[in-house]
Design a binder for this molecule. Structure first.
Ligand SMILES: Cc1cc2nc3c(=O)[nH]c(=O)nc-3n(C[C@H](O)[C@H](O)[C@H](O)COP(=O)(O)O)c2cc1C
Length: 363
């Protein structure tokens, strides 16, 4: 019987050993200049030997104002290159896991404390900063953001391009553009956050315009053989907001610009969202994008184990599965999935004797 989860997958010049993706997860643990620290070395080094086919680094800000917290990772300066290069080189030495980075701007949801400090909004006098967004409509409870004008939007596009060039210099295999979770590019897409009167606001075509321009700009500087995908919030989960049908239209436009996949997350634009969380609750979005477009999709959210992941792939609901919290809870998630599916996978030689096959009790 063919196994799907442990079959390889090709995107442009990148070949993944299997369909397991470590989902991007912010660590709020960079230094105050956006540089990765030892925590990242440990966290990503560990996940790089998890056996996943692809590891996507956390939301990484393309300018200081784009960080969620003062300790989020950044790629707006050459000073941020060496610390990430060290991590990528370590991973290359010890595993065949491919490495991606998520480029992001938190927009009107920026300038917060870390979750373990209460995710509180930080004012400029508390090491926070002024917010920017598609419109001057605040996220409820947060300060009024400044609506970006065209000159600032052009500058920001350049920041995305510069970050992509640095990502290539570091040696990343893939970029994921963050258009989800109520962050800056997501605020352009949704009517709940975009009230602009210019060519970037109004109907769906206009609201998609800036995220598509940013995508095109990154694609222009990112090497041809390297994949560029997009994470979207497939629905706002709010009446009158962004829907899966809008996502399909957006995905088709992205496909025409050379997008390599869509990762279908959801929500984040409004606290009024009503999310029916259950096992695999976002999988139907990955399925719909895959069905209605020619793009591969990544399913994410409450994918609990290898059996569920295999079923998603077997049913053709997604091409890849991304695992977030399950991976940090159990960085050997992929090994356990292999055991469940009776597939033999390679362990790093240092750990080879820990495989169940190598520690059978004598009869
Ligand atoms: C600690 C933490 C940090 C996260 N940071 C990001 C992020 O940087 N970018 C992103 O797109 N999603 C982020 N997410 C969402 C995850 O990538 C994932 O979509 C979500 O946790 C659902 O998948 P799961 O049920 O497998 O955890 C984060 C989630 C967690 C728990």
């Amino acid at each position: 019987m063919t196994n799907h989860l442990f079959s390889s997958f090709k995107m442009r010049g990148m070949v993944l050993d299997n369909r397991i993706v470590v989902s991007p997860m912010a660590q709020y643990s960079a230094d105050e200049t956006g540089r990765a620290k030892d925590w990242h070395f440990m966290h990503l080094g560990n996940l790089a030997i998890s056996g996943a086919g692809l590891l996507i680094l956390e939301a990484t800000a393309v300018e200081p104002k784009g960080r969620v917290s003062p300790n989020c990772l950044g790629l707006w300066s050459d000073n941020q290159v060496p610390c990430l290069k060290r991590i990528v080189e370590f991973a290359r030495c010890h595993s065949n896991t491919k490495l991606g980075i998520q480029l992001a701007h938190a927009g009107r949801k920026a300038s917060m404390s870390a979750p373990w400090q209460g995710s509180k909004g930080l004012l400029p006098e508390e090491s926070g900063w002024d917010l920017v967004s598609a419109s001057s409509l605040p996220y409820p409870g947060r300060p009024i953001p400044q609506q970006l004008d065209h000159i600032e939007m052009d500058k920001l596009k350049q920041h995305y391009m510069d970050a992509a060039i640095r990502a290539d210099e570091i040696g990343f295999d893939l970029i994921e553009l963050h258009c989800a979770h109520g962050y800056l590019l997501n605020t352009f897409l949704s009517t709940l956050s975009n009230t602009r009167k210019d060519k970037y606001g109004g109907d769906l075509q206009a609201r998609m315009r800036y995220p598509l321009e940013v995508f095109r700009a990154i694609r222009a500087v990112w090497p041809e053989h390297k994949p560029l995908g997009v994470r979207i919030s497939a629905t706002d989960w709010v009446e009158g907001g962004w829907t899966i049908q809008d996502s399909v239209v957006f995905a088709r436009e992205l496909s025409m610009l050379g997008c390599d996949y869509i990762a279908t997350s959801s929500g984040g634009i409004s606290p009024n969202q009503k999310i029916p969380v259950h096992k695999g609750y976002q999988v139907p979005f990955a399925e719909e994008v895959r069905r209605a477009t020619d793009l591969p999709s990544i399913a994410v959210g409450h994918i609990m184990d290898g059996l569920q992941a295999e079923e998603i792939l077997t049913k053709g609901q997604a091409d890849l599965v991304a695992i977030g919290r399950g991976m940090t809870y159990d960085p050997r998630w992929a090994w356990h999935a292999a055991e469940l599916l009776k597939v033999k996978v390679d362990f790093p030689p240092q750990y080879a004797r820990s495989s169940p096959a190598m520690r059978k009790l004598p009869r």
